[in-house]
Ligand binder design. Structure first.
Ligand code: ZN
Length: 196
């Protein structure tokens, strides 16, 4: 595979990653993954170009780009056109996307570890309507009824629960490995652009 081919494949790998897509939606709204997808092939696009390609309102393209810029993902440059007016062109910093997703995955692992430690040697209770999860002492204080909806609290099978948490942790570790590998090999074309 030539260099551009490899680069496009890496970008595709990023966009096929569910955690990444969710993260982009979370920080910049539902159009964000679609915009990033365009940059899998194209580069240096104006908001109008993007709006035409996606058949999405220009206002939502602009606000999404601004949210992405706020996180250092979307970078712009101003270019004077024939009428002596400034036009904006945008580029995507793929490395930044990966760095931010890596941060959230590391946070995610920390939380999972905390949950695993908490539940390791204790009975845990949960509301069937998912209002709360509580250790034995707290559940007993509530008289084993959900303080929010009044349903009887049920005991969590901690063994299955912990092994499912551990599985999630393993998946996060695998994802981190994959993303680090992409991070090492991907190059951005953002020189001359303002990213922060
Ligand atoms: Zn409840």
């Amino acid at each position: 595979m030539n260099k551009t081919g490899t680069l496009n494949k890496l970008k595709k790998d990023i966009l096929n990653d569910k955690i990444t897509t969710q993260f982009l939606e979370q920080i910049a709204g539902p159009v964000a993954p679609d915009i990033i997808k365009i940059y899998g092939k194209d580069s240096a696009l104006s908001p109008e170009d993007i709006s035409n390609k996606l058949k999405t309102k220009i206002t939502s393209v602009r606000s999404t780009l601004n949210s992405l810029h706020y996180r250092g993902i979307a970078c712009y440059k101003k270019v004077k056109n024939n009428q002596n007016l400034f036009e904006f062109f945008w580029e995507i910093k793929f490395k930044k996307i990966i760095e931010l997703v890596l941060e959230t995955e590391i946070e995610n692992i920390k939380k999972l570890e905390e949950q695993i430690n908490l539940q390791q040697d204790r009975d845990y209770f949960f509301c069937p309507k998912k209002c709360i999860e509580a250790p034995f002492e707290v559940a007993a204080a509530y008289d084993f009824k959900c303080p929010n909806c009044g349903k009887n609290l049920e005991m969590i099978n901690t063994k299955t629960h912990i092994s499912s948490l551990k599985r999630k942790k393993q998946l996060a570790h695998k994802n981190i490995e994959k993303l680090n590998n992409i991070l090492e090999n991907i190059e951005d074309k953002t020189s001359g652009y303002i990213c922060e």
